[in-house]
Write a protein that binds this ligand. Structure first.
Ligand code: NDP
Ligand code: 13P
Length: 341
């Protein structure tokens, strides 16, 4: 698929799937948005509005919304995965035997499967080993994309075809798609930043100063790079849209669901209450435990991850965690530095 794209399927009709599918349809490319719930798909198709996720956002009239999986993926040259990471195995297994080896797949979920620390592109390849796969990641609050705020994203893939097809399908005068060649870094960055967005939400609810916010964001970046480079990703990826770009937006905007989970925790709510209150996907909650375990296994120093883990799972007081973070023995050498930053 190049400049003559004929059909795209977007799987998952939540916040992100809805805005991405609308971008594709807005480019005059045939696009089907698959939603699992038959009644809701019919309602959205008829009303041209996904009232549960985006009340008031009128969808392009050319967008086809369906709960029929086979109809959605039929003849699609590019399939955009927009379900949460917890649903990837289920949805990818539905694609097995149904699509050709040439069908391009673009992954947009920002999570990591705990079993085997599997990135979403790895889950896709387990089910569809022959299909070219790419990863979309960047500072992409769905609501702002829907509002046509100027936005940029990164599509990283070993396949030029996937990058080109994604650019053709998604790029618009308000949505710019950059190309990247480190899908592992882009994917890790997108998943890891959700943990720090939760921490930022907690600090947001405590009305701490801008020095604190800045310290948090930059030290988060250092932690993310440390783990990612240990896992083989390219640290410089973290200097771009998928890294510092996405970290910044999710650590500063209440439009981020992960940030809002943090705000609720900071107001004294339990994790269960916080998650229930948001009612949408907040990947950082599951990613925290997965990353904590991985860091322990690899011996990677991640004090902010440790702090959030102690707060949520060991019920340590936040004041105690802050004190221990601020007074921890300081390194006098540069062993914790990551080459490139
Ligand atoms: N929203 C955003 O701003 C951005 C989100 N992302 C990432 O995109 C991914 C999806 O998030 P988002 O759209 O925001 O999440 P939402 O919670 O808004 O929506 C999730 C969607 O996935 C559907 N879904 C859940 N489980 C399944 C399943 N087993 N089979 C089929 N459909 C399923 C839900 O269906 P139902 O409505 O029936 O429950 C819903 O339509 C996440 O990994 C997120 O990190 C990335 C960038 C930006
Ligand atoms: O990833 C996002 C923006 O880039 C969306 O963040 P949340 O999943 O926290 O809403």
């Amino acid at each position: 698929m190049t400049n003559t794209t004929t059909k795209v399927a977007v799987l998952g009709g939540g916040s992100f799937g809805t805005v991405l599918a609308n971008l594709v349809a807005g480019n005059g490319i045939s696009c089907a948005l698959w939603m699992r719930n038959e009644q809701r798909a019919a309602e959205v198709m008829n009303s041209r509005e996904n009232a549960e996720y985006f009340p008031g956002f009128i969808l392009d009239k050319r967008l086809n919304i369906t709960s029929n999986f086979d109809e959605a993926i039929e003849d699609a040259e590019l399939i955009i995965m927009a379900v949460p990471s917890s649903a990837y195995d289920t949805v990818c297994s539905q694609l097995e035997q149904r699509i050709s080896r040439n069908t391009l797949i673009l992954s947009t979920a920002k999570g990591i499967r705990a079993d085997g620390f599997r990135l979403m592109s790895e889950v896709i390849q387990e089910h569809l080993p022959h299909n070219p796969v790419g990863v979309l990641s960047g500072p992409n609050l769905a609501k702002e994309i829907a509002d046509n705020q100027y936005t940029a994203t990164l599509v990283a893939s070993a396949s030029t075809e996937v990058v080109e097809a994604s650019q053709t399908a998604l790029a618009s005068p308000t949505f710019r798609v950059y190309a990247g060649d480190d899908p592992q870094g882009a994917e890790l960055a997108g998943a890891l930043k959700n943990i720090y967005a939760i921490i930022a939400g907690i600090t947001g609810s405590m009305q701490l100063g801008q020095n604190t916010v800045s310290m948090l964001i930059t030290r988060s970046l250092a932690e993310m790079c440390r783990l990612a480079s240990e896992l083989g990703a390219e640290p410089m990826t973290f200097m771009g849209l998928a890294g510092v770009g996405d970290l910044f937006v999710t650590c500063t905007s209440p439009l981020s669901r992960n940030y809002r989970v943090g705000q609720a925790l900071g107001q004294g709510k339990t994790l269960e209450q916080a998650v229930a209150e948001i009612g949408q996907t907040a990947e950082g909650v599951a990613t925290l435990k997965t990353v904590y375990d991985k860091a322990q296994e690899l011996g990677v120093r991640m004090p902010l991850v440790d702090g959030l883990y102690r707060l949520i799972y060991e019920h340590v007081e936040i004041s105690e965690i802050i004190t221990s973070l601020m007074t921890a023995q300081q390194a006098t050498d540069v062993e914790h530095k990551v080459k490139g930053i």
